[in-house]
Design a protein around this ligand. Structure first.
Ligand code: FAD
Length: 445
């Protein structure tokens, strides 16, 4: 029987970051990582395989960082765990003993109960290299592509499929707008108008009620009665935590269907941690169960569990969702609560906005207008969230907002932020968007 101080189940974002963290904190520890697949795709890069990258082989996570750190990789599925004897069994019947076990079993796409979903060329977006390669072939040959779900995965897959050229791409979204969970309405509308300008049809406030075809998909029928031709249908309506193994082990499951964890990322068994998409999240602001699942959150949790595997060192203060995407040539990013989510969480809010060129003077080559919006709690002045739209600095700007949120900064503190600026790299110090957005909010407090 193999034996390791720390055994990790799952070899994607969370599993990899946990393994490396364990070794950073405990050089001598033996770490064994078990995963089902030979090749691990970069999950967030999957939409870009269909257009920008052009091949799944350009979107794989190398094993070298793990192997160089001395982590043993075993390509097997973990099928059961005997918690009393601390022994895991694989699909091939091998047994592996552990000191601590870290579950990083991730999530799978939600499959809706739609008639016709079993037809050929109906896909979801799982994190499987072979499946994505097969999907790419079908997309290349297709003329009419229907994407069910206008969240960021649906939007990115639509924009990238459209880049292949010669396709009719349609997004069907049940909500009034695409990207409704991540952005406030004004930015959703801006993103939609870019998609429309690029030739993508968007149908909102409507749902697919059946997928039709004879063996192979040919059409989808909407609730409104409209029928759309479809050579390929992609279902991108969200993900659900993969808790199969945890349920077999009788670990507690949370309200949102993830494996229950405490602030140290320990499950209901203190020798077992759970991290990433398979683990239940708690909102940073309200401490209520949260359904947000992102790679950035997965790796942050992994760094907590990895450091805690030989003694409790790090705590999870709650999940801050930090999201970014690119639609056409414009980037959209958000951190923390949207206006809508803040109001739903019971906050009385004040919003400040500021827009300025992302270089100075604005005549610098490749300058893009960057708009920032910050959302503060009216009574305390504490920053709850922010959204940014603009060029390539947008993603990092959202990260700055996330740092300010996690430090519970107030509007006054953001307005007096000490930042660095440079003509080629940032907005001018006079018009720095986050600072001015905070000032605009303060004027209303
Ligand atoms: C198309 C797409 C785009 C995305 N874009 C972004 C983005 O831009 N930014 C962002 O932050 N997030 C993004 N995400 C979300 C992000 O990919 C996930 O949050 C992240 O992959 C979670 O990592 P994880 O390691 O927890 O789980 P997963 O990536 O789901 O990995 C789970 C791993 O566990 C393995 N496993 C499961 N059960 C077993 C078992 N019993 N035995 C052995 N192995 C097992 C799986 O095979 C897999 O290797 C995107 C997701 C998708 C699908």
């Amino acid at each position: 029987m193999k034996q390791a101080d720390v055994v990790i189940v799952g070899g994607s974002a969370a599993g990899i970051a946990a393994g490396i963290t364990v070794k950073r904190h405990n050089k001598e520890a033996s770490v064994l990582l078990l995963r089902r697949e030979q090749k691990v795709p970069v999950p967030c890069g999957i939409p870009y395989v269909f257009g920008t990258l052009g091949s799944i082989d350009k979107n794989l996570i190398p094993d070298t960082p793990l192997l160089n750190t001395g982590i043993e990789i075993v390509i097997r599925e973990a099928t059961s765990v005997d918690r009393a004897s601390k022994v895991l069994t694989t699909s091939e019947g091998e047994t592996i003993g552990y000191g601590k076990l870290i579950l990083a079993t991730g999530s799978d796409p939600i499959s809706p109960p739609l008639p016709g979903k079993e037809l050929v060329n109906v896909f979801s977006v799982p994190k499987s290299a072979d499946y994505i390669a097969e999907m790419q072939l079908a997309l290349d040959e297709a003329k009419d592509i229907v994407i069910i779900g206008g969240g960021f995965i649906g939007v990115e897959v639509a924009d990238e499929s459209n880049k292949i050229g010669g396709k009719n791409v349609t997004i069907i979204e049940v909500q009034p707008h695409c990207l409704p969970m991540a952005l406030d309405e004004d930015l959703c509308i801006q993103a939609e108008s870019i998609l429309t300008d690029r030739g993508i049809r968007i149908v909102t406030g409507n749902r697919v009620c059946s997928i039709q075809g004879n063996g192979k998909v040919a059409a989808v029928e909407l609730q409104s009665g409209e029928k759309l031709k479809a050579d390929v249908v992609i279902v991108a309506i969200g993900t659900a935590s993969n808790t199969e193994l945890a349920r077999k082990m009788n670990l507690n499951i949370g309200e949102q269907g993830g494996i229950w964890v405490d602030e140290y990322m320990r499950t209901s068994d203190e020798n077992i941690f759970a991290i990433g998409d398979c683990a239940e999240k708690r909102c940073f602001f309200t401490q209520k169960a949260s359904g947000v699942r992102l790679g950035s959150i997965a790796t942050a949790e992994a760094r907590i569990a990895g450091a805690n595997s030989f003694g409790l060192k790090r705590k999870n203060e709650g999940t801050i969702s930090v999201f970014a995407t690119v639609v056409g040539n414009l980037a959209f990013a958000a951190a923390g609560l949207t206006e809508k989510a803040a109001r739903e969480a019971g906050f009385d809010i004040v919003v400040g906005e500021a827009s300025a060129p992302d270089k100075h003077p604005g005549s610098m080559p490749s300058t893009t207008e960057l708009k920032g919006k910050l959302i503060f709690a009216k009574d305390s002045g504490v920053l709850l969230g922010g959204q940014v739209v603009g060029g390539t600095s947008t993603g990092e700007m959202a990260n700055v907002i996330a740092v300010l949120i996690s430090n519970r900064r107030t509007a006054d503190q953001v307005a007096t932020l000490q930042m660095g600026t440079h003509p080629v790299l940032t907005a001018s110090p006079v018009s720095y968007q986050l600072v001015n957005a905070a000032e605009m909010a303060l004027c209303q407090m």
